[in-house]
Design a protein around this ligand. Structure first.
Ligand code: HPA
Ligand code: ZN
Length: 334
């Protein structure tokens, strides 16, 4: 099973690039940029990663991002993630980034973009991995700050396929960003949103109806509303599910209790993703392995996660076809 998973072609649609900052790189960048961090070693950083809920993670995640200062820092961060994609046979990745986490510290929006896009371009050429970039608004900040961020993205529109919504879900429902998302859609962006991770299933409905999202990030609380589950199946709305994230942040008490396999059986389009792999204990293969350890899954079911993600990706039709072909070739070899 591990061998099958290792070789399985994968597509990642839910990955925060700031959440791929490994403690070793955090230390290296802190040193390079003369920034004090409240830990003595990478191991001490790892020991602090004991989360009780989403907010307890976010507090540490925003603190970690403070070591990211220069264009080279963002390049190194992104390149390290793309190398992990290569290792895990991820053929296509759609990355979230949180500009406000950086601009609020005086780090220039354009510098962030240059660093990330430089590494993504190099990965396409040198590693053969295609990618897209999704700008996320921090939902705990206000509408004006989101509009300001959307304006700063104007010069980079060709490099950003969609806008999304992340950070603290409780108390910051989708409707808070209705006008920002409407403007973004008018400007030609696709939209996605984190919904139904810690927040209620009604946030999923509002993300679909008010923000008009193409897919839902997490969405696992949809099961609280059977009518919504029927809608997700009928409309084939994809959920970018993150198994290790959900267990680390206590959305589920254990991997055995995770509902992704139930959702797959019901016919919901679900995929497997790593969310913040440096904080939650693993990249794509680790997420697949953790699921397969806790649930009986066939090769076909594991491949269906990839197939669903290809269909739900923001690739063009040609690239989707190539990815489905590569998946089929792999399955035929088994
Ligand atoms: N949820 C909300 N915000 C986030 C997450 C998440 O899982 N990861 C990084 N920012
Ligand atoms: Zn996320």
């Amino acid at each position: 099973m591990y061998q099958f998973i290792a070789g399985l072609p994968k597509v990642e649609l839910h990955l925060h690039i700031e959440g791929s900052l490994e403690p070793e790189l955090m230390f290296q960048l802190a040193k390079r940029n003369n920034i004090d961090i409240p830990y003595a070693s990478p191991d001490e950083v790892r020991a602090a990663y004991d989360f009780s809920n989403l907010q307890s993670f976010l507090d540490i995640y925003y603190q970690g991002a403070q070591v990211l200062i220069t264009e080279r820092d963002f390049y190194d961060l992104t390149w390290a993630y793309m190398l992990r994609c290569k290792t895990d046979n991820v053929l296509h990745a759609e990355l979230f980034f949180d500009p406000q986490t950086h601009t609020s510290r005086g780090v220039d929006f354009d510098l962030v973009m240059k660093g990330i896009c430089g590494a993504l371009a190099a990965a396409e050429i040198e590693l053969g991995i295609s990618s897209q970039l999704i700008l996320c608004f921090l939902r705990h900040l206000d509408e004006a700050s989101a509009f300001d961020t959307l304006n700063q993205a104007q010069a980079w529109k060709q490099q950003i396929v969609a806008v999304g919504l992340d950070s603290s879900e409780l108390g910051h429902p989708p409707e808070k960003f209705a006008r920002v998302f409407a403007t973004a859609r008018q400007q030609g962006y696709l939209t996605v949103a984190h919904a139904g991770e810690e927040g209620p299933s009604s946030n999923i409905i509002d993300a679909l109806d008010i923000l008009q999202v193409s897919r839902i990030d997490h969405g696992v609380r949809c099961v609280d509303d059977p009518q919504l589950v029927t809608r997700l199946i009928d409309e084939q709305i994809h959920l970018t599910v993150c198994p290790l994230s959900n267990t680390k942040l206590k959305v589920f008490a254990s991997m055995e209790q995770h509902n992704i396999v139930d959702l797959l059986y019901k016919g919901v389009s679900v995929g497997v993703n790593s969310d913040d792999p440096a904080y939650f204990g693993g990249y794509m293969n680790d997420n697949f392995n953790a699921l397969a350890n806790a649930h009986p899954l066939t090769y076909e079911q594991l491949a269906k996660f990839t197939s669903n993600a290809i269909d739900a990706s923001f690739c063009n039709a040609q690239r989707k076809y190539e990815l489905q072909q590569q998946l089929q070739v792999y399955l035929d070899k088994q």
